[in-house]
Design a protein around this ligand. Structure first.
Ligand code: NDP
Length: 485
């Protein structure tokens, strides 16, 4: 098929001032770890080492938690909401002002296309601070009780797929509600959180209100088990989420978990097909499919399955895979070798179990971690690729005949984070939405996020909501509708 040729359109790296080494951000200052070490973070599209970053040990976690406690009791907790709001607005505005720098840095450290970091991650991160700034002085009117109080110090552990955005999802509601935070970014993507720390300094946020401790899983484990924190908010794998729940059981600490997913994207025969194809592509290939709510199971009504899969393959032939800093790139790099291995292993199992594998004719760069967009047809619900979260650009296509069969297949999963429905009938959308066991159901769209809309899952996708009033409740004492103790 004829393709347009595009000249390279690389975004300049010059806007980012990478330091050779970064410390931990504790009590308003960048400091060297007292009992930890350092580790390197690399660009997954080229394997170039970007910087060295401090690895926080237990002593550093102690210092960060103590700083957060002091700041909560002496400054941030007693501060009127209208004053806290000013800081959040300031952070939001600086995020916007420095958005280009943040987008380039995010793309360098994560491997996602600049188009996505520029148009989705950074604007949404700023939007979360704006939205929650608006709530900071109106908490008594949020319908969460007459005098909602902060929990105290919160420990927050985030993953590598949306590094800055996840930091904003965690920090903005916690700060708006008067809590102070110790945040641990993922080991492979610490740099945008450290730039955020610089932005917090620029906004003159009082010392200790936010502490950012980089490190590996051990740092996260030390943080969630620390006796000095009042709540844990975690986004990541279901396996680690379960470990954290076990550790916290009986401690009285509050917990919200946002874990994995295996979302069904259900397409009926009356759906607008071209739009559905765009939605399917966005649902599974956005951020290389490394998205907890990715539409990784396509359920198509049998009568249109053949035509839809053909149209999808034609569309996938036009996707551009390559340099994430190029503004024309649709598909960037996989975040790490470990993640690439996992995707490869699950895709291989699909073939072994009898599904048909297809990828467009794209060549992969020699260096870095790459996986082509991949579609599996002839998938049955028992296949591993239909049950397990692949967290990569791999779509499993299944078919159904009736709406009830679609619901049964869609709900046949241990997860329950998101789902999509494509149909022209409003009544069918409502019928499906009320029966799909998923925290978020998109209709005739996919992967839409807004800070005012609560996001979270059922079953092995976790519990608690982030965003909206529900998200505020998760950070307030005795709030109506708050998450489980
Ligand atoms: P993890 O759950 O291991 O990582 C998430 C965060 O938790 C990271 O900051 C990680 O640190 C930290 N962490 C790891 N172990 C512990 C622990 N015992 N206690 C506290 N914190 C800990 O996810 P992975 O990066 O290993 O990804 C594995 C799989 O998880 C993926 O293939 C995908 O299926 C799923 N996943 C789901 C995400 C989602 O948004 N729901 C996001 C990321 C992954 P470190 O980075 O140093 O390991």
């Amino acid at each position: 098929m004829a393709r347009f040729t595009y000249a390279p359109a690389p975004e300049s790296r010059a806007v980012v001032d990478l330091k050779p080494s970064y410390g931990l951000f504790i009590d308003g200052e960048f400091v060297e770890p007292v009992d930890g070490d350092h580790f390197k973070t690399e660009n997954p599209s080229s394997q170039e080492v970007l910087a060295e970053v401090g690895a926080a040990g237990p002593g550093d976690v102690d210092l960060a938690v103590a700083a957060a406690r002091r700041a909560q009791e002496q400054v941030w907790g007693p501060m009127p909401g209208r004053e806290r709001a000013k800081y959040l607005f300031r952070v939001a505005r600086i995020l916007q002002e420095r958005s280009r720098e943040l987008a380039v840095l995010e793309t360098l450290d994560n491997g996602k296309p600049i188009r996505e970091s520029r148009d989705v991650d950074i604007p949404l991160a700023a939007a979360h601070f704006f939205y929650h700034a608006g709530w900071a002085d109106k908490l008594s009117y949020a319908g969460l009780g007459p005098d909602p109080r902060p929990l105290g110090v919160v420990g927050q552990v985030i993953p590598w797929n949306f590094p800055l955005l996840m930091a904003a999802w965690k920090l903005a509601p916690a700060l708006a509600t008067g809590n102070t935070c110790v945040l641990k970014p993922a080991e492979t993507t610490p740099l945008s959180a450290l730039l955020l720390a610089e932005i917090l300094q620029q906004a003159e946020l009082p010392p200790g209100v936010v502490n950012i401790i980089t490190g590996a899983g051990g740092t996260g484990a030390a943080l969630v088990a620390h006796p000095g924190i009042d709540k844990v908010a975690f986004t990541g794998s279901t396996e680690v989420g379960k470990q954290i729940q076990r550790i916290l059981a009986g401690t009285g600490k509050r917990l919200t978990l946002e874990l994995g997913g295996k979302a069904a994207n259900v397409v009926f025969d009356d759906a607008p097909l071209s739009q559905a194809v765009e939605g399917i592509v966005n649902g599974i290939f956005f951020n290389q499919g490394q998205v907890c709510c990715a539409g990784s199971r396509l359920l198509v009504q049998e009568s249109i399955a053949e035509g839809l899969v053909e149209a999808l393959k034609r569309r996938l032939e036009t996707l551009r895979l390559g340099d994430p800093l190029d503004k024309n790139t649709d598909i960037g790099a996989i975040n790490s070798m470990q993640q690439l291995d996992k995707i490869r292993e699950l895709a291989a199992s699909g073939e072994v179990e009898g599904a048909q594998r297809w990828s467009p004719s794209c060549s992969l760069p020699e260096r870095g971690y790459w996986f082509p967009p991949t579609v599996f047809t002839d998938v049955v619900p028992a296949h591993r690729i239909a049950r397990e979260e692949i967290f990569g650009p791999v779509l499993s296509v299944l078919t159904f005949r009736t709406p009830d069969e679609a619901i049964e297949k869609a709900n046949n999963t241990t997860y329950g984070l998101s789902a999509g429905v494509w149909t022209e009938k409003g009544s069918r959308i409502l019928y499906m939405a009320s029966r799909l066991r998923a925290g978020v159901v998109w209709a005739n769209t996919f992967n839409r996020f807004d800070p005012s809309s609560p996001f979270g899952g059922y079953r092995e996708s976790g519990f608690g909501r982030e965003g909206g009033r529900h998200g505020l409740a998760a950070y307030l004492k005795g709030a109506f509708g708050s998450d489980r103790a």
